[in-house]
Design a protein around this ligand. Structure first.
Ligand code: PLP
Length: 370
């Protein structure tokens, strides 16, 4: 699905030098590399504060911890997503309220969101799934009307830009009070292990989240709140600082691959190519087709036999996961998410796809559905 080896070969000199530098200075934790990367990412995103943390899941947890929510408060999140979002809500004793998604964009359905708001709702966590921003203009308006926090899950969408109706262009993760991302190796900006970051323009929340990520400590060994231990290490920061310089070209490569797929599949109605929102760029963390009357398992096997991986993101919506069984929800409650989980298929998508590979993949897909 990804080709991290070829990507590394092209930046090997720079990356190795950065890592060697960390080793030479032995400042493995909280070193200058981390501060440098933090600063460069703040400039890239045009956001006031970047708080590097241990991974994307921690980023979400720390964000929610900083909002001062109380057990029983409700947090709304889409049911068609990766589990991390609902997981941290549940771990904090908050109540995950899931809502349906939009068939075209895979992102939170604004109608479904509006219906789920109660007097206990405190926050919305929209997930910019597969690399395209949610309809943030609508989300921010709803949040304002109901006085809710917005914590963006931008783990798949770093580098994607949203345009508001007044012309303002804002980076993914920098629209709500807080944004969260992951630097897991296969993410669009990935390191060589685990990593994540939190974004905010709010000074007070930034201070709060820095302290929470560091054992709730502001002054050394004085703990003002219950915190966690979550940090990005210097080796990862060194890798990320090099890759950040290439992020725009990485996004362009992904987009070119998506364009190739779109063109190749345009003529058949058995494959629905991913919709592009008018107000967001798409950084194609995943290229996800919707199959229309195609045997998914059969196609996946056909591709596997030809050495082509294809993945199902995600096969089970949150409300039907065993760990999240809840009397509030049953099968049939979120028909769009349930339908998507039965018909989606993601094809290889990364920065190093060659036209030859794309031709082989698309021909193999079309051959099966013919
Ligand atoms: C990857 C991902 C996460 C979690 O990130 P980790 O760094 O693996 O903890 C959370 N949400 C979404 C949507 C993701 O894709």
């Amino acid at each position: 699905m990804v080709d991290l080896k070829s990507q590394y070969e092209k930046i090997k000199g720079e990356v190795n030098a950065g890592i060697q530098d960390v080793i030479d200075t032995t400042s493995f934790i909280k070193g200058t590399k981390v501060t440098e990367f933090q600063h460069n990412l703040e400039i890239y995103l045009n956001v006031k504060h970047v708080i590097p943390v241990g991974n994307g899941t921690d980023a979400l947890q720390i964000a929610l911890m900083a909002l001062g929510l109380k057990p029983g408060d409700e947090v709304i999140t889409p049911t068609f997503t990766f589990i991390a979002t609902a997981e941290v809500v549940a771990l904090l004793g908050l109540i995950p309220v899931v809502v349906d998604v939009d068939f075209d964009t895979f992102n939170i359905s604004i109608d479904s969101l509006k219906k789920a708001i109660t007097s206990k709702t405190k926050a919305i966590v929209p997930v910019h799934l597969f690399g395209q921003n949610t309809d943030m203009e609508a989300i921010m308006a709803i949040a304002k009307e109901h006085n809710l926090f917005v914590v963006e899950d931008a783990c798949q969408s770093i580098g994607s830009v949203y345009t508001f109706s007044d012309g303002r262009k804002v980076q993914s993760g920098c629209m709500g009070e807080i944004g969260c991302t992951s630097f897991f190796p296969s993410k669009n900006l990935g390191c060589f292990g685990d990593g994540g970051a939190i974004f905010t323009n709010n000074d007070e929340l930034a201070g709060q989240m820095r302290a929470i990520a560091n054992h709730g400590m502001v002054v050394r060994y004085y703990h003002d709140m219950v915190g966690v231990n979550s940090r990005l290490d210097s080796v990862q920061a060194a890798v990320l600082d090099v890759k950040l310089k290439h992020l725009n070209s990485y996004c362009a490569n992904r987009l070119a691959a998506a364009d190739y797929y779109d063109a190749a599949f345009a003529a058949t109605d058995k494959l629905i190519t991913p919709a592009r929102s008018a107000n967001s760029t798409h950084v194609f963390h995943q290229y996800t087709l919707k199959l229309n009357g195609v045997d998914r398992a059969g196609l996946q096997k056909h591709l596997a036999d030809k050495g082509i991986p294809a993945m199902i993101y995600y096969p089970v919506p949150l409300h039907l996961q065993k760990a999240y069984q809840d009397e509030r929800y049953k099968a049939g409650d979120f028909p769009v998410a349930e339908k998507l989980s039965e018909c989606v298929m993601s094809l290889p998508m990364h920065t190093e796809l060659t036209n030859e590979q794309l031709e082989y993949i698309t021909k193999s897909v079309l051959e099966y559905i013919a």
